[in-house]
Design a protein around this ligand. Structure first.
Ligand code: ADP
Ligand code: MG
Length: 851
């Protein structure tokens, strides 16, 4: 059989011989995965071993199997593969298919890849974090130690310019054979009309995607003579629901062959799905069938438009799989599966109008995942400054910083992110998010590793309790439990008992598929822990204390303190607030550890819900977080008790863990705090009179008029010292309310200076007829005095103060005490204004004296 790739065999070999690097693009089915390794092998270009990286375990096994078959050898001989779950390789193996994750473990253990002649990165268009990381590591290895190592990057899309530039190498492409595919959309958004009295009304009014898929399959069976059908669903659960809905016979009454295809199936079940079958086939698959594997005979594709996508989940603070709409580029790849052998059809289970809302391309993982794991790997591999790691597309500085912070908090990196710690190194051997690897390392020390593997699996996988029956299962659990995980442990136990039977599990409120996934992941974590030399203790410690402490080591930033009995409010680290999920069984008023912190709603209506809770003990927390807990003495003014009080507080990242009853502080420390209240105006003193203000104003005026005397002028700093002095010995307001303030203000000046103020800025000045006129001082204006016209008789000129340096602004009042004139030139007043005024006033007030 010749495939499109065979046409460029010689070009591929020539390019890789000349340059050692090549980017190869060709559509799905061209022969990249199965043929290129054989080219290298035949040309003896890469002795002894060729490694091909696969993003998916299932694909790694299936393509290895196919290549072995083409070469007429049995799997594990000349051609082998390795995944987290299985390994079939031997000393004879020359073509070795590996998942990307395992490759990273390999290059970590053997940084120079001894015995490897070529590495092929397959399905590079998926842009997984592991393949980006692998690419950079191989490039670096070629440049520094292994110029002989050959590298081929293969992609099903043509979008590879960036990689070719990064590697400074040529790109080869071929265009495959493709037949036209008729693409169909839904006419309108699927919504179920609520039909009264009929059972089929669903709560939300939307039709589940598996029902839409089954309807589409029925249409195809009705309209299209032949061709197998491939249905894309996001995960195992949706695949099972789809299979339940599909017809079992075609329109002529012939039996249909229905197959699920996903990574959780046994190898036999997977082989059955891709192999030949009796009768027309319908395969319901995850996106492994998008590009990775070949299924012969497919002419019709039905696309749910969904996939489980790995993404940073802020709720749990780690990466998780979430179901999301796929990009248009992915949807086009799926369409391509229908036109491989003859013209076909593709049914998209969304409307053409909605198609525009899909992203054009999928975002590379490096832009959407938490980088803590990748960064830890880089640190563990000692490849120079991790911040300068030569990524194809560097992550944002913020993402790197966030990852460093996580790793420092977990104790995997030295603070300052300088280097990896011994714990970090141990964690780097565990293929999971660093929070979880940290938890397992802690649990191994505390002899509860097995239980921690289960809890870690429960954190990683999705909900095992069906949403509407969640409550019943929790209610069946024995009372007095202190962790939601214990309820889930019982749930898994029950599911195991029911042998994960979907129907029986579902009647108990359990999602059987999810339970089985948890079970598998638990075993995976157990075996990974074993390979990383973490030993489960013969006698597990089954106390809540041990497991809770292990959990806390991994999620310290999730700590919460419930504030009171009356509501579910809780304080979180970093000064955040949240509310307990009412369904949680752990409702202890005190310290709690929620694993999920979910933001609901947006804007002012948003709230933070805390769930998957474990009750903590202050003692445990202080023990585990010993180095990170701040012990503070907080001395604060309490406006209610009108006193300065001291409390001793233990806190972690802004979250108060414990607080003593208030006590009287050392008065030395209290004085500045009381003073602060007075200066800010929060506390008013009766002794702060007009006289005090005037003294300050007078001093400031004198300081201005006599700059050579260098008087203090009651600056903010001076005032603070004076008021603190005034508050000495007091802890409560009642200690200072009766105390006179003026002497403290005055005593800031020496005796001589005080005398100078009295003399140069007198409070009052004597007028010729005996009246002592009060002067009002303001450093920003002229000093001002008020006097009745009669009191001014005998005074020819404007009076002055400050030894004649400053005139007093006079406000001259009539007999009715109303201002007549404001002047700084009294002589002029007498001369020009007074004669006329006198006439008028003496007529109006004849009984007053008029001169
Ligand atoms: P690519 O990697 O470019 O998508 P593959 O190398 O996987 O292409 O497959 C190339 C061709 O080999 C397919 O188009 C198909 O004809 C054939 N092929 C591959 N795997 C199988 C298989 N398991 N069964 C039958 N044919 C297969
Ligand atoms: Mg391929």
């Amino acid at each position: 059989m010749t495939l499109p790739i065979h046409a460029i065999r010689e070009q591929v070999l020539a390019a890789i011989k000349n340059n050692n690097r090549l980017v190869l693009t060709a559509p799905t089915g061209s022969g990249k995965t199965t043929q290129v390794p054989k080219f290298l092998l035949d040309a003896e270009l890469s002795r002894p071993q060729i490694i091909i990286l696969q993003p998916r375990r299932l694909a790694a096994r299936l393509v290895a199997q196919r290549v072995a078959q083409e070469l007429g050898t049995s799997l594990g001989d000349l051609v082998g593969f390795q995944t987290r779950h299985e390994s079939k390789i031997s000393a004879q193996t020359r073509i070795r298919f590996l998942t990307e994750g395992l490759f990273l473990r390999l290059i970590q253990a053997q940084p120079k890849l001894p015995g490897v002649g070529a590495v092929i990165l397959d399905e590079f268009h998926e842009r997984n974090l592991a393949s980006d990381l692998s690419l950079a590591l191989i490039k670096r290895l070629q440049e520094q130690f292994r110029p002989d190592l050959r590298l081929i990057v293969m992609s099903a899309t043509l979008d590879t310019k960036e990689v070719a530039e990064y590697l400074a190498c040529p790109t080869l492409e071929t265009h495959g054979r493709a037949y036209p595919v008729d693409i169909r959309y839904l006419d309108k958004r699927p919504a179920r009309k609520a039909v009264v009295g009929k059972m089929r009304t669903s709560r939300s009014g939307t039709i589940p995607v598996w029902e839409l898929a089954a309807d589409a399959a029925r249409d195809i069976l009705e309209e299209e003579e032949d061709g197998d059908i491939l249905i894309f669903m996001p995960g195992a659960y949706e695949i099972r629901r789809t299979l339940e809905m599909l017809p079992h016979e075609d329109r002529n009454g012939n039996p249909l062959a229905l197959f699920p295809l996903h990574s959780q199936l046994s190898p036999r079940e997977q082989d059955a799905a891709v192999g030949p079958a009796k009768g027309r086939k319908i395969i319901v698959s995850t996106n492994v069938a998008e590009t990775s594997i070949t299924i012969e005979g497919i002419r019709h594709v039905i696309d749910s438009g969904l996939a489980r996508i790995n993404r940073f989940d802020p709720r749990r603070g780690l990466n998780a799989l979430v179901i999301e709409p796929i990009s248009r580029a992915s949807a086009d790849q799926r369409v391509g599966r229908a036109g491989r052998t003859a013209p076909g059809t593709a049914t998209r289970l969304w409307t053409q109008a909605d198609d525009r809302h899909r992203p054009a391309h999928s975002t590379p993982e490096i832009q959407r995942l938490d980088l803590a794991d990748a960064l830890l790997q880089i640190y563990a591999m000692d490849v120079g400054d991790p911040r300068k790691f030569p990524w194809l597309q560097p992550p944002t500085a913020a993402a790197v910083q966030q990852a460093e912070k996580t790793l420092i908090n977990l104790g995997a990196l030295e603070s300052g992110a300088g280097s990896i710690t011994a714990t970090g190194r141990q964690m780097s051997h565990l293929p999971m998010h660093p929070r979880l690897s940290r938890m397992l390392v802690a649990a191994a020390e505390r002899h509860c590793l097995r239980r921690a593997c289960l809890w870690a699996a429960l954190i990683t996988e999705r909900q095992i309790l069906l949403p509407n029956t969640k409550h019943t299962f929790a209610e069946e659990s024995p009372p007095g439990l202190r962790s939601d995980f214990i309820v889930l442990e019982h749930a898994i136990e029950t599911a195991r008992h029911l042998r994960f039977d979907p129907a029986r599990c579902s009647s108990r409120g359990l999602n059987a598929v999810a339970c089985r996934e948890v079970e598998k992941t638990t075993h995976l974590f157990e075996s990974a822990a074993g390979s990383a030399n973490l030993r489960a203790h013969a006698r597990e410690d089954d106390s809540l204390e041990s497991i809770a402490k292990s959990l806390l080591v991994a999620f310290p930033d999730h700590l919460a303190v419930r504030l009171n009995q009356n509501n579910l409010a809780a304080a979180l680290t970093n000064n955040r607030r949240g509310q307990l999920d009412p369904a949680t069984i752990a409702q202890h008023v005190g310290i709690l550890l929620p694993i999920e912190i979910t933001e609901i709603g947006s804007g002012s209506a948003s709230k933070t819900v805390l769930s998957l809770m474990t009750e903590m003990d202050t003692q445990w927390v202080t023990e585990v977080l010993a180095n990170q807990i701040a012990h503070e003495q907080i001395i604060e003014f309490n406006a209610d008790t009108k006193a300065v009080e001291m409390v001793e507080r233990e806190s972690f990242d802004g979250l108060t863990l414990s607080e003593s009853a208030p006590r009287d502080p050392d008065p030395k420390l209290a004085a500045p705090i009381l003073a602060e209240q007075i200066i800010r105006g929060a506390l008013k003193l009766e002794s702060w009179t007009e006289e005090v203000d005037q003294w300050i104003a007078r001093s400031r005026c004198v300081a201005k008029w006599f700059p050579e005397r260098r008087l203090i002028n009651y600056s903010d700093e001076d005032m603070r010292l004076i008021i603190e002095e005034f508050c000495q010995g007091a802890t409560r307001v009642k200690n200072i309310v009766d105390k006179p303030l003026l002497p403290f203000i005055k005593d800031a000046l020496s005796w001589e200076d005080q005398q100078l103020i009295e003399k140069m800025a007198p409070e009052r000045i004597q007028l010729p007829r005996g009246w002592r006129m009060k002067i009002h001082y303001d450093p920003a204006a002229a000093p001002k005095g008020r006097a009745k016209i009669q009191d001014l008789y005998g005074l020819e000129e404007t009076p002055t103060i400050a030894a004649g340096r400053q005139k007093v602004l006079l406000e001259i009042l009539g007999p009715n005490m109303r201002p007549l004139q404001l002047t700084e030139d009294l002589a002029n007043f007498w001369r020009n204004l007074y004669p006329e005024l006198r006439k008028q006033l003496s007529r109006r007030y004849p009984r007053h004296e008029w001169r």
